[in-house]
Design a protein around this ligand. Structure first.
Ligand code: KIV
Length: 302
């Protein structure tokens, strides 16, 4: 019996839940960590049942699903809503919720309050925060509040306006030193892992080698301890040109478009629904109807 069938029957799965410790063991054993975003129940089930280690409900939901221009407008309520849906579909992977822009920048208290909401109200097992040393105090306070935190440095999409666009970071010696110091600060503050986004492969390799906690790369080359991509990038569902670092594994847009056009044509041509796709009256009710129709016709004639 497949894992999916077992789950459909409500039976416990044999796959144990991924924890921060599992990620650490994988780093130490040199086994790559697999991670992917998900934003709703069906994609969460697919990702989880494929055995992906970490599911991130990224604030990329704003662009991938909600149609925003960038991640800045995403709210706590939107993130909680999507994280709850994902948590209903995830049983194996470590479930991480992204702290949206504005939920932790103003004060440490804001950060603790909002991270606590993810833990209490959404089923998340960890939160992710963009930024390095400047948020190290918050990471330490969250650790003390029993909230596992994943750091995120390099190209941090919430800093799009400061960066002047989505640009590769850490290309100068000075910028490399700052990012290395960011990673050290996050590790010292108790982060369970660090996302490295949009940085040169060579820098990611150095940070990964020096870091005691796992690094998870996106646009950071193959030498990180793990890789993460955005679900919609994998399936060509973004309606924008793909970034150099993302690999398209299937053309979901073409697949869905073909099916939608076929459905449109079937309805327009009256090929859908068929008789087999229709409900019918029970035989005795049909017989009764025929009888009463016949009687009615007879009375009308008389
Ligand atoms: O929001 C997101 O999806 C992310 C990943 C790209 C790491 O932060």
């Amino acid at each position: 019996m497949s894992l999916t069938q077992l789950r459909d029957r409500g039976a416990p799965t044999s796959l144990p839940r991924v924890t921060a410790d599992v990620l650490l063991q994988k780093k130490r054993a040199g086994q790559p960590i697999t991670a992917l975003t998900a934003y709703d129940f069906p994609t969460a089930r697919l990702v989880d049942e494929a055995g992906i280690d970490l599911v991130l409900v990224g604030d990329s939901v704003g662009m991938a699903v909600l149609g925003y221009e960038n991640t800045l407008p995403v709210t706590m309520e939107e993130m909680l809503h999507h994280t709850r849906a994902v948590s209903r579909g995830v049983r194996h992977a470590l479930l991480v919720a992204d702290m949206p822009y504005g939920s932790y920048q103003a004060s440490i208290e804001d950060g603790i309050r909002n991270a606590t909401r993810f833990m209490k109200e959404s089923g998340a097992q960890a939160v992710k925060i963009e930024g390095g040393h400047k948020h190290a105090d918050l990471v330490a306070r969250l650790r003390d509040a029993e909230i596992p935190v994943i750091g995120h440095i390099g190209l941090t999409p919430q800093s799009v306006h400061r960066m002047g666009g989505y640009r590769v970071q850490g290309r100068s010696t000075e910028a490399m030193d700052i990012l290395c110091a960011d990673a050290v600060a996050l590790e010292a503050a108790g982060a369970i892992a660090i996302v490295l986004e949009g940085i040169p492969r060579e820098l990611a390799a150095v940070i990964t080698a020096r870091s005691a906690v796992p690094t998870i790369g996106i646009g950071a080359g193959p030498d990180c301890d793990g890789q993460i991509l955005v679900f919609h990038d994998l399936f060509n569902l973004t309606f924008s040109p793909a970034a150099k670092f993302s690999r398209q594994y299937a053309d979901g847009a073409a697949f869905f478009s073909r099916a939608i056009e076929q459905y449109r044509d079937d309805v327009a041509g009256r090929y859908f629904p068929s008789d087999a796709e229709s409900y019918h009256l029970p035989r005795e009710v049909q017989a009764e109807r025929i009888e009463s129709d016949a009687e009615e016709k007879h009375l009308c004639k008389a």
